[in-house]
Design a protein around this ligand. Sequence first.
Ligand SMILES: Nc1nc2c(c(=O)[nH]1)N[C@H]1C(S)=C(S)[C@@H](COP(=O)(O)O)O[C@H]1N2
Ligand SMILES: [Mo]
Length: 173
Amino acid sequence: MKFIRNSWLAALYCVLLLATAAGARALEAATGTPVLVVRGEIAVTNAPGGTAVFDRAMLEALPVSRITTTTPWDSEPHVFEGVSGVDLMQAVGASGTEAVALALNDYEAVIPLADFRRYGVILAYRKDGVPMGVREKGPLFVVYPFDADPGLNREEILGRSVWQLKSLEVRTR
Ligand SMILES: Nc1nc2c(c(=O)[nH]1)N[C@H]1C(S)=C(S)[C@@H](COP(=O)(O)O)O[C@H]1N2
Ligand SMILES: [Mo]
């Protein structure tokens, strides 16, 4: 009897696991201009080379997260909106421990995935409701909640505040 109950539980777990995997697996191909390419240790891809390519609409279709804060580059608080690192990593089924963030100017920084969870970091595509152009640090700007945690105002974190982000490579340190 106990065995049967455990088998049932095991079966239920399997179904739940499969359902979760299926939920994370679907990613339609990008039809618009690619804005972000995610590669490396990801389970969900939609383009050659094991990559997940996102156009703007795809990014905006993910849950919208918001951080209102000043930044070392803005003395007034602004409302940054975008996709949270956690939601993005979930969407691509990431399994590594860090992401190498690459910007349009080929600036590169390593961001621990733990930062995404710990600080609620977002990849912002709007500032005060307006899409950020390349001149305003867009199309994607890695934003930490500086005002919520004054400890973030340090060189290590500033270095991870990549603007004009174009790709993320998920890897294990
Ligand atoms: N796209 C991009 N983001 C970047 C950088 C860069 O050169 N390009 N420099 C990083 C580093 S090392 C720091 S300390 C801060 C520097 O910001 P500042 O150049 O405005 O002082 O931005 C970070 N984000
Ligand atoms: Mo820096």
